[in-house]
Design a protein. Structure first.
Length: 239
């Protein structure tokens, strides 16, 4: 993963979504709803719900919105039934793309995803065509300005907390964990440092280089997918 900072992508996505705050909050609410529906509404025993709520709070989602999404899942309010569907395909020059969606209308979502691929030099593929190229990992970001220790000392602290790998960039430390160790590492680190971002996400095993022209097409494909209300996350291996 060295040399491929996910932090820059997160900053870009946050900046783009801040301009569409309502859309962002709707997506976060759907994630909370599904986590609560599947694992129960107790945030202490449902780690998926706890992670979804933490993510919502880090994006300044109002507590009323969070509670409303949980209440819908508990049956106290009328709510939709969302289904998670993962779409896989190829972007320009064979870039591997995975699209995580939460939808109450599979036909609508499939049509929107297929249209985004076809319009931007991509092809929607079969299930499993690219997922084998990705690994699910825990990802934690801590800004360097919040760390008093020198780089070597902080990396030792993170490793002792149980992480797999630490990367130091200009602004932040990027910390990678197994899925199983993610919560323990996050809880350990947040006792001493403010955490800027923490999530379970997909990382590619290898990256694909594309021409400048096709990078533009790939960026448009990502933007078009993320603009869909049904799309929660877009993963890819473009370098």
């Amino acid at each position: 993963m060295a040399g491929h900072s996910k932090w820059h992508n997160i900053k870009h996505k946050k900046g783009a979504k801040d301009a569409q705050r309502g859309k962002l909050f709707m997506k976060l609410a759907k994630e909370i709803y599904v986590a609560a529906k599947e694992g129960g509404t107790d945030i202490e025993t449902n780690s998926a719900l706890r992670l979804a709520v933490d993510k919502a709070k880090s994006n300044n989602m109002p507590n009323d919105n969070i509670e409303r999404a949980i209440n819908k899942a508990s049956g106290n309010l009328d709510g939709e039934n969302y289904e998670e569907i993962i779409y896989e395909g190829y972007g320009p020059e064979g870039v591997a793309v995975m699209v995580k969606t939460l939808t109450d209308n599979k036909n609508r979502t499939a049509s929107e995803v297929r249209h985004a691929f076809s319009k931007n030099n991509g092809n929607l593929g079969e299930n499993g065509c690219v997922s084998f190229m990705f690994q699910r990992k825990g990802y934690i970001v801590i800004k360097k300005e919040h760390v008093d220790e020198d780089e070597e000392t902080f990396m030792l602290v993170a490793i002792e907390a149980g992480c797999e790998e630490v990367e130091a960039n200009d602004e932040v430390y990027e910390i990678f964990t197994t899925v199983e160790d993610f919560e323990n590492v996050r809880n350990e680190l947040q006792q001493s440092y403010p955490i800027e971002a923490a999530e379970l996400t997909m990382f590619p095993d290898t990256y694909t280089s594309v021409s400048e022209e096709q990078q533009d097409h790939m960026s448009k494909l990502i933007d078009m997918l993320e603009d869909s209300d049904d799309v929660q996350e877009v993963y890819h291996n473009m370098e």
